[in-house]
Design a protein around this ligand. Structure first.
Ligand SMILES: O=C1C[C@@H](c2ccc(O)c(O)c2)Oc2cc(O)cc(O)c21
Ligand SMILES: O=C(O)CCC(=O)C(=O)O
Ligand SMILES: [Fe+2]
Length: 366
């Protein structure tokens, strides 16, 4: 029998949070969802195709952001604002559909695209407070439209147009990053072979006890770059000191947050950071974000494209992206499993003295 899936929109009505979403204290949010910081640079791409001095200035800002955070925001990016509006509206309409409609596209069991509650990884110890709908958009020949929702009306036309425009923006940014690395403009896209794109729409319903959980646990994205569109609620957080301190990214209307992923990090030989980030939730408002992952082809080789003087390669061997992805996901799952085990052991240890005194009491009473 297929496992019973409960949509979060149902659980959001309860007064307390179900145990399966409760995180250990060290993983819980440290900063409020709406305590915004402007530490992440906001960069205008106007003038990117203009004189070389304007382009060089944009390039300089992007490099600084990638070296410091692995994250920046872009405006004047050329993506049609009506398309952004339509995409956001339809995505919200999708999540407002009755549970049985969303579950027609249930992705659990390894299907390539559709609807999932919580996470794409099965077997995680603690669940994320999110629902997602995802579709694989590039390469075009690999599209399986049977896994793209047929509701709300207009979804397919709008999501296709969105994917195409974002592929254009993603490629433009890869050109800048290639130049920044002192390589030919097309170096990064060549290293990706045929560029792959996957769109993940995240919906974070209002949460009864947001301080005990996360919408999306701390992670780095696996691919080259991610273009994230978020609404005005806030909840995306980043750290650059291994999780000791966090900042909440200021939402900017119409802007895209650009995250560098593990692939981008390795290709730059660690010069550019892979953004360490998470999403927090709140009890006042639901939140929507749309992540467009620009990834290399599964058989693309992952290895630094250039090592600078005095540097050694951050990777021991060249591997395929598929292998890199598999290793990352099994490491993420293994970490979650070990954490769960450690917690269970600790609880058992705490129970032992209680058990001992209970036995002693029973002996006394016998
Ligand atoms: O949803 C995501 C976010 C992200 C991710 C990476 C690693 C994790 O352990 C995690 O929980 C989330 O990157 C993704 C990569 C994918 O291939 C699919 C996803 O849904 C995601
Ligand atoms: O919703 C967010 O702000 C973060 C989403 C994210 O990190 C992802 O989808 O990989
Ligand atoms: Fe992410």
């Amino acid at each position: 029998m297929a496992p019973q899936v409960t949509c979060l929109t149902q659980l959001a009505e309860e007064n307390s949070l179900h145990q399966k979403f409760i995180r250990d204290e060290d993983e819980r949010p440290k900063v409020a969802y709406d305590q915004f910081s402007d530490d992440i640079p906001l960069i205008s791409l106007a003038g990117i195709g203009e004189s070389s001095s304007e382009r060089a200035e944009i390039c300089r800002k992007i490099v600084a952001a990638c070296e410091e955070w692995g994250i920046f925001q872009v405006v004047d990016h050329g993506i049609d604002s009506k398309l952004i509006e339509d995409m956001t509206r339809l995505a919200r309409e999708f999540f407002a559909l009755p549970a049985e409609e969303k579950l027609r596209f249930d992705m659990s069991g390894g299907k390539k695209g559709g609807f999932i509650v919580s996470s794409h990884l099965q077997g995680e110890a603690v669940q994320d407070w999110r629902e997602i709908v995802t579709y694989f958009s590039y390469p075009v020949k690999a599209r399986d439209y049977s896994r793209w929702p047929d509701k709300p009306a207009g979804w397919r036309v709008v999501t296709e147009a969105y994917s195409e425009q974002l592929m254009g923006l993603g490629c433009k940014l890869l050109e800048i990053l290639s130049e920044a690395m002192g390589l030919e403009k097309d170096a990064l896209s060549k290293a990706c072979l045929e560029m792959d794109q996957k769109v993940v729409v995240n919906f974070y319903p209002k949460c009864p006890q947001p301080n005990l959980t996360l919408g999306l646990k701390r992670h780095t994205d696996p691919g080259t770059i991610t273009l994230l569109l978020q609404d005005q609620v806030g909840g995306l957080q980043a750290t650059r000191d291994g999780g000791k301190t966090w900042i909440t990214v200021q939402p900017v209307e119409g802007a895209f947050v650009v995250n560098l992923g593990d692939h981008g990090h390795y290709l730059s030989n660690g010069r550019f950071k892979n953004a360490d980030h998470q999403a927090v939730v709140n009890s006042n408002l639901s939140r929507l974000s749309i992540a467009t992952f620009q990834n290399p082809a599964p058989n693309a080789i992952v290895y630094p494209l250039k090592t600078r003087e005095g540097e050694t390669a951050v990777m021991e061997e060249a591997i395929t992206y598929m292998e890199m992805y598999k290793r990352k996901m099994s490491r993420d799952l293994e970490l979650a499993r070990l954490k769960k085990l450690a917690k269970e052991n600790k609880e058992e240890e705490l129970e032992k003295p209680k058990l001992k005194s209970c036995n002693a009491l029973q002996q006394l009473l016998a």
